[in-house]
Design a protein. Structure first.
Ligand SMILES: Cc1cc2nc3c(=O)[nH]c(=O)nc-3n(C[C@H](O)[C@H](O)[C@H](O)COP(=O)(O)O)c2cc1C
Length: 399
């Protein structure tokens, strides 16, 4: 029996394979990104073990978790731990979040000087898409690009202090349908020397609900002429990436929730961009082996106690759509060691095939639209000086 919440999203018509020369590598500073695929930064997920796993399947650019500029500048240990890279990781790519030009500039400098682990980063992405109430109500996250001049100063500070290291910017369509910001955000970024932009094609008001509006990616691509545009939102299968690039003309895709519990999606993407078919789906046995490997990497990285706790959220994503049963899921949600996890999953039938529509079963955030909380009078003006309080920069997750 599959779980009741596992209904897949509708599947569009299959896409024809990529033709030779149809798509190109994306240049971001010195980096050539091929296939034109970026692992979206996801707080609490895209740490070094997860990136290692995804990189093994495919290629492209794998962005570290987001860290806040102020915490980095103030030397909070937690940020440095979050920002750690695997010793052999290349390129070293990380996302910064901040609300004031000074701390963003300083943080960028620290990153390119190699503060995190002695090795300079190769790429800095900036997050202007966070929809969380505790951030937007102070004017941070997705609320910030509304204040165009302030946004410009932040971007400028990062680009200036990053020197030769490319800076990219990720944002949403806007706050809601009445406060659209993405075209301005993209043009300002282009003006200020940003090397690529990525659009999560939802408003903050939509959170992760409904379908991403890919038409907005086309609009951005039409407006931005000198730097690459990455489209983001609802790439669940490799075909979706081809479809997004063909329908919007974007230069590359950014993949978030589609790879949760399905890290092999990056392998599928690598194949289709080379014009080859998607490999066969893994059966339950192969998925379980992947789970053990992922959990093992996390335990090596952060110690078994912390690692296995961190892995608990992944178990539901890996097993989504498989007839594992509620009791098994509940026990995996409380699993306390690698050995216990192995013992628990040993009773599952390894020959069960991958569930029909299993790639399109929503994982990670979903939910329904919510009013965006903003500071009083925020929407009345766009180009005024703003002083965004510290509260907008507490460690946040989401984008
Ligand atoms: C668990 C989770 C954490 C996220 N954290 C961040 C983040 O730290 N920075 C960011 O820019 N976006 C973040 N996002 C948003 C994703 O990067 C991406 O924009 C969004 O999920 C839409 O893409 P998708 O439809 O492919 O998932 C997060 C998303 C999820 C599901």
């Amino acid at each position: 029996m599959t779980d009741l919440v596992d209904a897949p999203l509708p599947a569009p018509e299959p896409e024809p394979p990529a033709r030779r020369g149809e798509f190109n590598a994306v240049r971001i500073g010195q980096m050539e990104v091929w296939p034109p695929v970026v692992l979206a930064p996801m707080a609490g997920v895209t740490n070094a073990p997860f990136r290692t796993l995804c990189r093994r399947y495919g290629a492209g650019l794998y962005v570290n978790q987001m860290i806040t500029a102020r915490a980095l500048v103030e030397g909070h240990r937690k940020s440095l731990v979050l920002a750690a890279f695997a010793p052999d990781e290349s390129p070293r790519s990380i996302q910064l979040y901040g609300t004031d030009p000074y701390s963003i500039g300083e943080a960028a400098r620290l990153l390119v000087d190699g503060l995190v682990d002695g090795i300079p980063v190769d790429h800095i992405d900036m997050n202007f898409g966070c929809p969380m109430k505790k951030v937007t109500r102070h004017g941070g996250g997705a609320a910030l690009p509304w204040k165009r001049e302030h946004y410009r100063k932040i971007v400028r500070a990062a680009v200036k202090n990053a020197g030769d290291v490319p800076v990219t910017v990720k944002f949403r369509i806007g706050i809601d349908d009445d406060a659209i910001t993405f075209i301005d955000a993209g043009k300002i970024a282009e003006d200020e020397g940003v090397q690529a932009v990525a659009l999560h094609a939802r408003t903050a008001n939509q959170l992760y609900s409904g379908q991403a509006d890919w038409r907005r990616i086309t609009e951005l691509k039409d407006a931005i002429t000198s730097i690459p545009v990455f489209g983001n939102g609802d790439i669940w299968e490799a075909d979706d990436a081809l479809r997004m690039m063909r329908t919007t003309g974007c230069d590359g895709v950014t993949v978030g929730r589609g790879c949760l519990g399905r890290p092999w999606l990056f392998g599928d993407l690598a194949e289709v961009f080379e014009g080859r078919p998607v490999p066969p789906r893994p059966d339950l046995g192969q998925v379980l082996d992947g789970m053990v490997e992922h959990a093992g990497l996390l335990c090596e990285w952060m110690g078994e106690d912390h690692g296995i706790r961190d892995f608990r959220k992944h178990t539901g994503w890996y097993l989504k759509g498989f007839p594992a049963g509620g009791a098994m899921r509940a026990r995996l949600n409380r699993v306390g060691s690698l050995a216990e996890m192995r013992e628990l999953i040993a009773v599952l039938d390894r020959d069960i095939p991958f569930p029909e529509g299993g790639m399109r079963m929503v994982r990670g955030h979903s939910g329904s639209p919510k009013d965006v909380h903003l500071p009083a009078g925020w929407l009345d003006t766009r180009d005024d000086e703003v002083a965004i309080p510290k509260g907008a920069e507490q460690l946040v997750s989401g984008g």
